[in-house]
Design a protein around this ligand. Structure first.
Ligand SMILES: *Cc1c(COP(=O)(O)O)cnc(C)c1O
Length: 380
Protein backbone atom coordinates (compact mmCIF):
# COMPACT_ATOMS: atom_id res chain seq x y z
CA UNK A 1 0.00 0.00 0.00
CA UNK A 2 1.29 3.45 -0.92
CA UNK A 3 1.80 5.66 2.10
CA UNK A 4 1.04 9.35 2.33
CA UNK A 5 3.90 10.78 4.35
CA UNK A 6 4.26 14.53 3.86
CA UNK A 7 7.19 16.80 4.58
CA UNK A 8 5.58 19.09 7.18
CA UNK A 9 1.83 19.47 7.64
CA UNK A 10 -0.14 21.60 10.14
CA UNK A 11 -0.74 19.83 13.45
CA UNK A 12 -3.77 20.91 15.49
CA UNK A 13 -3.62 21.18 19.26
CA UNK A 14 -7.41 20.80 19.55
CA UNK A 15 -8.03 24.15 21.24
CA UNK A 16 -7.91 26.28 18.06
CA UNK A 17 -11.70 26.03 17.54
CA UNK A 18 -12.39 27.38 21.03
CA UNK A 19 -10.40 30.54 20.33
CA UNK A 20 -11.92 30.93 16.86
CA UNK A 21 -15.41 30.61 18.39
CA UNK A 22 -14.57 33.35 20.91
CA UNK A 23 -13.37 35.62 18.12
CA UNK A 24 -16.51 34.96 16.04
CA UNK A 25 -18.84 35.39 19.01
CA UNK A 26 -17.40 38.82 19.77
CA UNK A 27 -17.08 39.68 16.07
CA UNK A 28 -13.36 40.30 16.31
CA UNK A 29 -12.94 39.54 12.61
CA UNK A 30 -10.51 42.35 11.86
CA UNK A 31 -6.73 42.69 11.75
CA UNK A 32 -6.51 43.60 15.43
CA UNK A 33 -8.19 42.40 18.60
CA UNK A 34 -7.82 40.43 21.81
CA UNK A 35 -6.42 37.31 20.13
CA UNK A 36 -3.72 39.29 18.34
CA UNK A 37 -2.74 40.77 21.73
CA UNK A 38 -2.83 37.40 23.46
CA UNK A 39 -0.86 35.66 20.73
CA UNK A 40 1.81 38.37 20.97
CA UNK A 41 1.98 38.02 24.76
CA UNK A 42 2.38 34.26 24.55
CA UNK A 43 5.13 34.61 21.97
CA UNK A 44 6.87 37.13 24.23
CA UNK A 45 6.81 34.80 27.20
CA UNK A 46 7.97 31.84 25.09
CA UNK A 47 10.89 33.82 23.64
CA UNK A 48 11.56 35.60 26.94
CA UNK A 49 11.67 38.84 24.95
CA UNK A 50 9.22 41.76 24.89
CA UNK A 51 7.96 43.75 21.93
CA UNK A 52 6.77 41.08 19.51
CA UNK A 53 4.41 42.30 16.76
CA UNK A 54 2.17 39.81 14.95
CA UNK A 55 2.06 40.30 11.19
CA UNK A 56 0.41 38.76 8.14
CA UNK A 57 3.50 36.74 7.09
CA UNK A 58 7.14 36.07 7.84
CA UNK A 59 7.91 37.84 4.58
CA UNK A 60 6.07 40.93 5.86
CA UNK A 61 8.11 40.73 9.08
CA UNK A 62 11.38 40.74 7.13
CA UNK A 63 10.12 43.59 4.97
CA UNK A 64 9.15 45.77 7.95
CA UNK A 65 12.44 44.90 9.67
CA UNK A 66 14.22 46.37 6.66
CA UNK A 67 11.93 49.43 6.71
CA UNK A 68 12.73 49.94 10.41
CA UNK A 69 16.46 49.70 9.62
CA UNK A 70 15.96 52.45 7.05
CA UNK A 71 16.87 50.29 4.05
CA UNK A 72 16.16 52.38 0.98
CA UNK A 73 16.60 52.32 -2.78
CA UNK A 74 20.23 51.82 -3.73
CA UNK A 75 21.28 50.50 -0.31
CA UNK A 76 22.91 47.10 -0.02
CA UNK A 77 21.81 44.38 2.40
CA UNK A 78 23.82 41.24 3.11
CA UNK A 79 21.65 38.10 2.95
CA UNK A 80 22.50 34.45 3.47
CA UNK A 81 22.89 32.77 0.07
CA UNK A 82 21.45 29.38 1.05
CA UNK A 83 17.86 30.18 2.00
CA UNK A 84 14.26 30.53 0.86
CA UNK A 85 13.73 33.48 -1.50
CA UNK A 86 11.55 35.24 1.12
CA UNK A 87 14.76 36.12 3.03
CA UNK A 88 15.93 38.21 0.08
CA UNK A 89 12.84 39.37 -1.82
CA UNK A 90 11.94 42.14 0.67
CA UNK A 91 15.35 43.72 0.00
CA UNK A 92 14.19 44.17 -3.59
CA UNK A 93 10.76 45.42 -2.42
CA UNK A 94 12.71 48.34 -0.92
CA UNK A 95 14.59 48.91 -4.17
CA UNK A 96 17.76 47.84 -2.39
CA UNK A 97 20.38 45.33 -3.56
CA UNK A 98 20.92 41.97 -1.87
CA UNK A 99 24.53 40.89 -1.44
CA UNK A 100 24.71 37.14 -0.96
CA UNK A 101 27.11 35.48 1.46
CA UNK A 102 27.80 31.75 1.40
CA UNK A 103 27.42 29.29 4.28
CA UNK A 104 29.94 27.46 6.41
CA UNK A 105 29.63 23.66 6.50
CA UNK A 106 28.95 23.31 10.28
CA UNK A 107 25.54 24.94 10.58
CA UNK A 108 24.94 25.47 6.82
CA UNK A 109 24.35 29.13 7.70
CA UNK A 110 26.14 32.41 6.95
CA UNK A 111 29.92 32.09 7.08
CA UNK A 112 31.37 34.71 9.45
CA UNK A 113 34.63 34.76 7.44
CA UNK A 114 32.88 35.42 4.15
CA UNK A 115 30.61 37.96 5.87
CA UNK A 116 33.59 40.05 6.95
CA UNK A 117 35.20 39.68 3.55
CA UNK A 118 31.97 40.82 1.88
CA UNK A 119 31.60 43.86 4.16
CA UNK A 120 35.14 45.01 3.44
CA UNK A 121 34.78 44.45 -0.27
CA UNK A 122 31.45 46.30 -0.46
CA UNK A 123 33.00 49.26 1.35
CA UNK A 124 35.86 49.22 -1.17
CA UNK A 125 33.57 48.89 -4.20
CA UNK A 126 30.73 51.24 -3.22
CA UNK A 127 32.33 53.48 -0.61
CA UNK A 128 29.45 52.63 1.76
CA UNK A 129 28.68 49.97 4.35
CA UNK A 130 25.84 47.50 3.77
CA UNK A 131 22.71 48.68 5.63
CA UNK A 132 21.87 45.38 7.36
CA UNK A 133 22.87 41.72 7.69
CA UNK A 134 20.25 38.96 7.32
CA UNK A 135 21.47 35.60 8.64
CA UNK A 136 19.07 32.63 8.56
CA UNK A 137 18.70 29.64 10.91
CA UNK A 138 18.18 27.13 8.15
CA UNK A 139 15.93 24.14 8.90
CA UNK A 140 16.02 25.36 12.51
CA UNK A 141 19.80 25.14 12.96
CA UNK A 142 21.10 28.26 14.71
CA UNK A 143 23.67 30.27 12.79
CA UNK A 144 27.01 31.11 14.46
CA UNK A 145 25.44 34.12 16.12
CA UNK A 146 28.35 35.18 18.37
CA UNK A 147 30.74 35.43 15.44
CA UNK A 148 28.15 37.13 13.22
CA UNK A 149 27.18 39.62 15.94
CA UNK A 150 30.83 40.43 16.70
CA UNK A 151 31.42 41.33 13.07
CA UNK A 152 28.15 43.28 12.94
CA UNK A 153 29.23 45.27 15.99
CA UNK A 154 32.75 45.81 14.68
CA UNK A 155 31.35 47.46 11.55
CA UNK A 156 28.27 48.87 13.29
CA UNK A 157 25.77 47.18 10.97
CA UNK A 158 22.43 45.98 12.39
CA UNK A 159 21.35 42.32 12.19
CA UNK A 160 17.87 41.26 11.05
CA UNK A 161 17.57 37.61 11.99
CA UNK A 162 15.47 35.38 9.72
CA UNK A 163 14.20 32.94 12.35
CA UNK A 164 11.24 31.83 10.21
CA UNK A 165 12.26 28.17 10.53
CA UNK A 166 13.74 28.39 14.00
CA UNK A 167 10.94 29.03 16.50
CA UNK A 168 12.02 27.05 19.58
CA UNK A 169 15.65 26.69 18.48
CA UNK A 170 18.30 27.85 20.94
CA UNK A 171 21.83 29.13 20.68
CA UNK A 172 23.76 29.10 23.96
CA UNK A 173 20.47 28.62 25.79
CA UNK A 174 18.79 31.65 24.25
CA UNK A 175 15.92 31.50 21.79
CA UNK A 176 16.55 32.20 18.12
CA UNK A 177 14.80 35.35 16.93
CA UNK A 178 16.13 37.38 19.87
CA UNK A 179 19.73 37.89 18.74
CA UNK A 180 19.38 40.58 16.09
CA UNK A 181 18.10 44.16 16.36
CA UNK A 182 15.06 42.57 14.74
CA UNK A 183 13.99 38.94 14.37
CA UNK A 184 11.43 37.55 11.93
CA UNK A 185 9.21 34.53 12.65
CA UNK A 186 6.82 32.67 10.34
CA UNK A 187 3.56 30.84 11.04
CA UNK A 188 3.02 29.60 7.52
CA UNK A 189 1.22 26.26 7.14
CA UNK A 190 4.44 24.24 6.94
CA UNK A 191 6.23 25.78 9.93
CA UNK A 192 6.52 24.55 13.55
CA UNK A 193 3.19 26.17 14.45
CA UNK A 194 0.81 27.87 12.07
CA UNK A 195 -1.82 30.58 11.92
CA UNK A 196 -2.54 29.33 8.34
CA UNK A 197 -0.49 32.30 7.22
CA UNK A 198 1.24 34.74 9.51
CA UNK A 199 4.45 35.99 10.99
CA UNK A 200 5.89 38.19 13.71
CA UNK A 201 8.65 40.72 14.14
CA UNK A 202 10.66 40.69 17.37
CA UNK A 203 11.52 44.34 18.06
CA UNK A 204 14.18 45.99 20.23
CA UNK A 205 11.90 48.38 22.21
CA UNK A 206 8.25 49.34 22.83
CA UNK A 207 8.80 52.40 20.62
CA UNK A 208 10.07 50.24 17.76
CA UNK A 209 7.14 47.83 18.19
CA UNK A 210 4.68 50.74 18.09
CA UNK A 211 6.31 52.02 14.91
CA UNK A 212 6.09 48.56 13.30
CA UNK A 213 2.37 48.42 14.14
CA UNK A 214 2.00 51.89 12.62
CA UNK A 215 3.67 50.85 9.35
CA UNK A 216 1.70 47.59 9.32
CA UNK A 217 -1.63 49.46 9.46
CA UNK A 218 -1.06 51.76 6.48
CA UNK A 219 0.94 54.38 8.42
CA UNK A 220 -2.22 56.23 9.43
CA UNK A 221 -1.46 59.42 11.32
CA UNK A 222 -3.66 60.30 14.27
CA UNK A 223 -6.04 62.72 12.50
CA UNK A 224 -9.82 62.68 11.90
CA UNK A 225 -9.24 62.01 8.20
CA UNK A 226 -6.90 59.60 6.45
CA UNK A 227 -3.51 61.21 6.39
CA UNK A 228 -0.14 59.60 5.71
CA UNK A 229 3.30 61.11 6.03
CA UNK A 230 5.11 57.92 5.03
CA UNK A 231 4.28 54.93 2.88
CA UNK A 232 2.19 52.29 4.66
CA UNK A 233 1.60 48.55 4.47
CA UNK A 234 -1.36 46.26 5.18
CA UNK A 235 0.63 43.73 7.17
CA UNK A 236 -1.19 43.20 10.50
CA UNK A 237 -2.30 39.68 11.46
CA UNK A 238 -6.04 38.94 11.30
CA UNK A 239 -7.61 38.32 14.71
CA UNK A 240 -9.05 35.03 13.36
CA UNK A 241 -5.59 33.87 12.34
CA UNK A 242 -4.27 34.95 15.74
CA UNK A 243 -7.03 32.87 17.38
CA UNK A 244 -5.64 29.82 15.57
CA UNK A 245 -2.21 30.89 16.82
CA UNK A 246 -3.45 31.03 20.43
CA UNK A 247 -4.50 27.39 20.14
CA UNK A 248 -1.33 26.37 18.33
CA UNK A 249 1.08 27.99 20.76
CA UNK A 250 -0.30 25.90 23.65
CA UNK A 251 1.45 22.89 22.09
CA UNK A 252 4.50 24.72 20.77
CA UNK A 253 7.02 23.12 23.12
CA UNK A 254 5.50 19.68 22.52
CA UNK A 255 5.82 20.26 18.76
CA UNK A 256 9.47 21.25 19.09
CA UNK A 257 10.13 18.21 21.29
CA UNK A 258 8.45 15.94 18.76
CA UNK A 259 10.48 17.32 15.83
CA UNK A 260 13.63 16.74 17.88
CA UNK A 261 12.53 13.18 18.65
CA UNK A 262 11.89 12.55 14.94
CA UNK A 263 15.39 13.79 14.21
CA UNK A 264 16.84 11.45 16.87
CA UNK A 265 14.99 8.53 15.35
CA UNK A 266 16.36 9.30 11.86
CA UNK A 267 19.86 9.62 13.35
CA UNK A 268 19.58 6.23 15.06
CA UNK A 269 18.07 4.50 12.05
CA UNK A 270 20.55 5.91 9.53
CA UNK A 271 23.64 5.66 11.68
CA UNK A 272 26.29 3.60 9.97
CA UNK A 273 24.60 3.73 6.57
CA UNK A 274 27.57 4.32 4.33
CA UNK A 275 27.15 7.47 2.23
CA UNK A 276 24.35 9.05 4.31
CA UNK A 277 24.96 11.75 6.93
CA UNK A 278 22.14 13.13 9.06
CA UNK A 279 22.68 16.80 9.91
CA UNK A 280 23.39 17.15 13.65
CA UNK A 281 23.91 20.01 16.09
CA UNK A 282 27.62 20.75 15.50
CA UNK A 283 28.31 21.51 19.20
CA UNK A 284 26.55 21.92 22.55
CA UNK A 285 25.93 25.63 21.90
CA UNK A 286 23.53 24.71 19.09
CA UNK A 287 20.08 23.30 19.83
CA UNK A 288 18.07 23.09 16.63
CA UNK A 289 14.30 22.64 16.69
CA UNK A 290 14.93 20.32 13.70
CA UNK A 291 12.04 21.88 11.85
CA UNK A 292 13.19 19.66 9.00
CA UNK A 293 15.55 16.73 9.41
CA UNK A 294 18.04 16.74 6.55
CA UNK A 295 20.60 14.33 5.13
CA UNK A 296 23.62 14.62 2.87
CA UNK A 297 24.28 11.90 0.31
CA UNK A 298 27.93 11.21 -0.49
CA UNK A 299 28.42 11.60 -4.28
CA UNK A 300 30.64 8.50 -4.10
CA UNK A 301 27.42 6.46 -3.82
CA UNK A 302 26.61 7.54 -7.36
CA UNK A 303 23.14 8.49 -6.10
CA UNK A 304 21.81 12.03 -6.41
CA UNK A 305 19.30 13.51 -3.97
CA UNK A 306 16.80 13.79 -6.79
CA UNK A 307 17.04 10.07 -7.60
CA UNK A 308 16.32 9.29 -3.97
CA UNK A 309 13.49 11.86 -3.90
CA UNK A 310 11.78 10.22 -6.90
CA UNK A 311 12.20 6.72 -5.46
CA UNK A 312 10.69 7.79 -2.15
CA UNK A 313 7.85 9.63 -3.92
CA UNK A 314 6.88 6.33 -5.55
CA UNK A 315 6.40 4.94 -2.04
CA UNK A 316 4.24 7.91 -1.06
CA UNK A 317 7.00 9.73 0.82
CA UNK A 318 7.43 13.44 0.21
CA UNK A 319 10.96 14.81 0.44
CA UNK A 320 12.50 17.98 -0.93
CA UNK A 321 15.89 19.11 -2.15
CA UNK A 322 17.58 21.80 -0.08
CA UNK A 323 16.96 25.48 -0.80
CA UNK A 324 18.64 26.40 -4.04
CA UNK A 325 21.23 29.12 -3.39
CA UNK A 326 19.97 32.61 -4.15
CA UNK A 327 22.88 33.51 -6.44
CA UNK A 328 21.60 30.71 -8.73
CA UNK A 329 18.15 32.33 -9.11
CA UNK A 330 17.62 34.12 -12.44
CA UNK A 331 16.14 37.20 -10.73
CA UNK A 332 19.17 37.55 -8.43
CA UNK A 333 21.78 36.70 -11.08
CA UNK A 334 23.13 40.25 -11.13
CA UNK A 335 23.40 40.59 -7.33
CA UNK A 336 26.90 40.56 -5.82
CA UNK A 337 27.70 37.20 -4.22
CA UNK A 338 30.56 36.07 -1.99
CA UNK A 339 30.65 32.30 -2.39
CA UNK A 340 33.13 29.50 -1.89
CA UNK A 341 31.01 26.64 -3.20
CA UNK A 342 29.62 25.49 0.16
CA UNK A 343 25.94 26.27 -0.55
CA UNK A 344 26.16 24.83 -4.06
CA UNK A 345 27.77 21.67 -2.73
CA UNK A 346 25.12 21.29 0.00
CA UNK A 347 22.40 21.82 -2.61
CA UNK A 348 23.90 19.06 -4.77
CA UNK A 349 24.05 16.58 -1.87
CA UNK A 350 21.17 17.41 0.47
CA UNK A 351 17.62 16.17 0.99
CA UNK A 352 14.93 17.27 3.49
CA UNK A 353 13.02 14.38 5.06
CA UNK A 354 9.41 14.24 6.30
CA UNK A 355 9.54 15.91 9.72
CA UNK A 356 6.02 17.05 10.63
CA UNK A 357 5.24 16.65 14.31
CA UNK A 358 2.08 14.63 13.51
CA UNK A 359 4.11 11.84 11.88
CA UNK A 360 4.34 8.62 13.88
CA UNK A 361 7.48 6.68 14.76
CA UNK A 362 6.25 4.04 12.35
CA UNK A 363 6.18 6.62 9.53
CA UNK A 364 9.74 7.71 10.31
CA UNK A 365 10.98 4.13 10.48
CA UNK A 366 9.33 3.42 7.11
CA UNK A 367 11.08 6.46 5.58
CA UNK A 368 14.46 5.49 7.07
CA UNK A 369 14.13 1.86 5.93
CA UNK A 370 13.14 3.02 2.44
CA UNK A 371 16.24 5.24 2.26
CA UNK A 372 18.45 2.43 3.51
CA UNK A 373 17.19 -0.10 0.99
CA UNK A 374 17.41 2.35 -1.92
CA UNK A 375 21.00 3.22 -1.06
CA UNK A 376 21.82 -0.46 -0.61
CA UNK A 377 20.29 -1.47 -3.96
CA UNK A 378 21.52 1.42 -6.10
CA UNK A 379 24.93 2.47 -4.86
CA UNK A 380 27.74 2.05 -7.34
C1 LIG B 1 8.92 30.46 5.59
C2 LIG B 1 10.11 31.33 5.46
C3 LIG B 1 10.01 32.72 5.29
C4 LIG B 1 8.75 33.44 4.99
O1 LIG B 1 7.71 33.25 5.82
P1 LIG B 1 6.19 33.37 5.29
O2 LIG B 1 5.42 33.39 6.55
O3 LIG B 1 5.94 32.19 4.43
O4 LIG B 1 6.08 34.66 4.53
C5 LIG B 1 11.18 33.46 5.30
N1 LIG B 1 12.37 32.89 5.43
C6 LIG B 1 12.52 31.56 5.55
C7 LIG B 1 13.88 31.02 5.70
C8 LIG B 1 11.39 30.74 5.55
O5 LIG B 1 11.54 29.41 5.65
Amino acid sequence: MKRNIKLSLPHLSGTEQKYIDEAMRDCWIVPLGPHVDEFEHRLESYLDHDDVVALSAGTAAIHLGLVMLDVKAGDEVIVQDLTFSASANPVRYQGAVPVFVDSEPYTWNMSPELLELAINDRIKVTGRKPKAIVPVHLYGMPAKMDEIRNIAEKYDIPVLEDAAEALGSEYKGRKCGTFGQYGALSFNGNKIITTSGGGALVCPSPEAAARVKFYATQSRENRPYYYHEVIGFNYRLSNISAAIGCGQIESLQARVDRRRAIHRLYSEMLEGVDGITVQENPADDFNSNFWLSTILIDPATGITPDQLRIALMEKGIETRLLWRPMHMMPFFADAPAYTDGTAESLFERGLCLPSGSSLTDEDIIFVAESIKSFIHDHRV
